[in-house]
Design a protein around this ligand. Structure first.
Ligand code: ADP
Ligand code: AMP
Length: 214
């Protein structure tokens, strides 16, 4: 099963992708997590990506596409994968299509987690991320057991630099300009499914399972 998570920054793509990954035993591939791991490890890619991410801009397609194409060719992706945060532009979606076409494959589902901008700004201020293992929490809607400590790995959780309100507004503008057109792109391919992302996160997952099957 090959799935794309669509939706604005903060819509809940990562939260749902992690649950999909666990239930259907397919890897969760988050380009944001890959970039943040590179930043943490001080790689050249990380240094380049950081300049864009800190401004709420997209990392250029040249730096993003090859990375994902390499990742989806790895052995653990044989039975499928769930992409979170990729594609984010039409050229990225076309590159993905091309790469899959070469091996006679195509994406199965593009799930749009639909949340209006007003809710997003509120959510992002409360998001806390673990930069060690990529886990994501919310101080109100999905808190850690011990405040500020990741349940999964025990590292500190932080407010991401790009989750500060000014940057969130910029990211939303970028989303509407560059990423939202993907909703039509996948609708035209007949694989778009929409879920109401304003619901409780367990209910959102139930709706996704109803689409993907038990
Ligand atoms: P994305 O991956 O789309 O950027 P996340 O999955 O990180 O978004 O979710 C953004 C924030 O909102 C996180 O703090 C997360 O815990 C919280 N969140 C996710 N889904 C819901 C939901 N259905 N209701 C309330 N908060 C949610
Ligand atoms: P995310 O963790 O998905 O919210 O992504 C955080 C940031 O990483 C984004 O605001 C972008 O700067 C960058 N990023 C992640 N995925 C992509 C992508 N597919 N294309 C371009 N930039 C990306």
């Amino acid at each position: 099963m090959k799935i794309i998570m669509l939706g604005a920054p903060g819509a809940g793509k990562g939260t749902q992708a992690k649950q999909i990954s666990a239930k259907y035993s397919i890897p969760h591939i988050s380009t944001g997590d890959i970039f943040r791991a590179n930043i943490k490890n001080g790689t050249e890619l990380g240094k380049k990506a950081k300049t864009y991410m800190d401004q709420g801009a997209l990392v250029p397609d040249e730096l993003t596409c090859d990375l994902v194409m390499d990742r989806i060719q790895q052995d653990d992706c044989k039975n499928g994968f769930v992409l979170d945060g990729f594609p984010r532009t039409i050229p990225q979606a076309e590159a993905l299509d091309e790469a899959l076409k070469k091996v006679n494959q195509s994406m199965d589902y593009a799930i749009d987690v639909d949340v209006p901008d007003e809710n997003i700004v509120k959510r992002m201020g409360g998001r806390r991320a673990c930069l060690s293992c990529g886990a994501t929490y919310h101080i109100q809607f999905n808190p850690t057991k011990v405040e500020g400590v990741c349940d999964a790995c025990g590292s500190k959780t932080v407010l991401r630099d790009d989750d500060k309100p000014e940057t969130v507004k910029k990211r939303l503008t970028v989303y509407h300009d560059q990423t939202q057109p993907l909703i039509n792109f996948y609708d035209n391919k007949g694989i778009l499914k929409t879920v109401d992302g304003t619901q409780d996160l367990n209910k959102v997952f139930e709706d996704i399972v109803a689409i993907l099957g038990e």
